[in-house]
Design a binder for this molecule. Structure first.
Ligand code: GTP
Ligand code: MG
Length: 195
């Protein structure tokens, strides 16, 4: 349960820079500010391993975090941030396509969506992008601490329905404040990386 080793191995912008250890990878995708970097920090019990910020668009590269030499969390730049130029968006698209299309180490995609809101068109596109590349998806609905318990079921159905979540994919509410979902999500992740 306790993580002893967690460190960033590389911030990559092109395939030649990806790690070559052959360790399984879990990629984290989601819109800017949804809580991807906070998710990593909470999962590994570190305050500031992945840089978080109130300002969207902090993460610009593919950041590979080695966890116990057993798996990598790959933090990617968030999408849907309005202040990003077309040239930046184009770069994002190329970087993501290169990674998803070729990466054999990739065993699971974690799609982070905001538990409070209906998924955006970009969230739906991201889900379909994973499906297109036959990558199993674990949907993590972030900031669950901001939704009353009595509303959890309602928000869960809203999100599953909007994404048209397939039965083999899983869904968990998550909070980096209360740590709701942390244990269940670890179990799920390890099921993918340990076989
Ligand atoms: P980019 O790198 O810009 O794509 O953002 P990100 O998805 O990595 O988001 P980040 O983890 O930096 O979090 C964005 C903001 O949301 C920060 O102010 C976090 O403190 C806040 N936040 C993240 N997760 C939670 C959560 O579970 N609950 C609450 N209440 N706030 C959260
Ligand atoms: Mg980030």
């Amino acid at each position: 349960d306790k993580i002893h080793y967690a460190d960033i191995t590389i911030s990559a912008v092109s395939p030649s820079q990806y790690p070559d250890d052959g360790i399984p990878e879990i990629v984290l995708a989601g819109r800017s500010n949804v809580g991807k970097s906070s998710f990593i920090n909470t999962m590994v019990n570190r305050k500031n391993l992945a840089r978080t910020s109130g300002k969207p668009g902090k993460t610009r590269t593919l950041n590979f975090f080695n966890i116990e030499n057993e798996l990598f969390f790959v933090d990617v730049p968030g999408y849907g941030y309005a202040q990003v130029s077309n040239a930046e968006q184009e770069k994002w698209g190329v970087m993501m396509n290169e990674y998803f299309a070729t990466r054999e180490e990739l065993v699971l995609g974690v799609l982070l969506v905001d538990f409070r809101h209906e998924p955006t068109n970009l969230d739906i596109q991201m889900y379909e992008f994973f499906k297109y590349f036959n990558i199993p998806v674990l949907v993590v609905a972030t900031k669950s601490d901001k939704i009353k318990k009595s509303k959890h079921n309602k928000h869960t159905s809203m999100i599953k329905k909007a994404l048209k979540l397939e039965s083999e994919d899983t869904f968990y509410p998550f909070s980096s404040v209360t740590k709701e979902g942390r244990k269940e999500i670890w179990n799920e992740i390890l099921a993918y990386t340990r076989n």
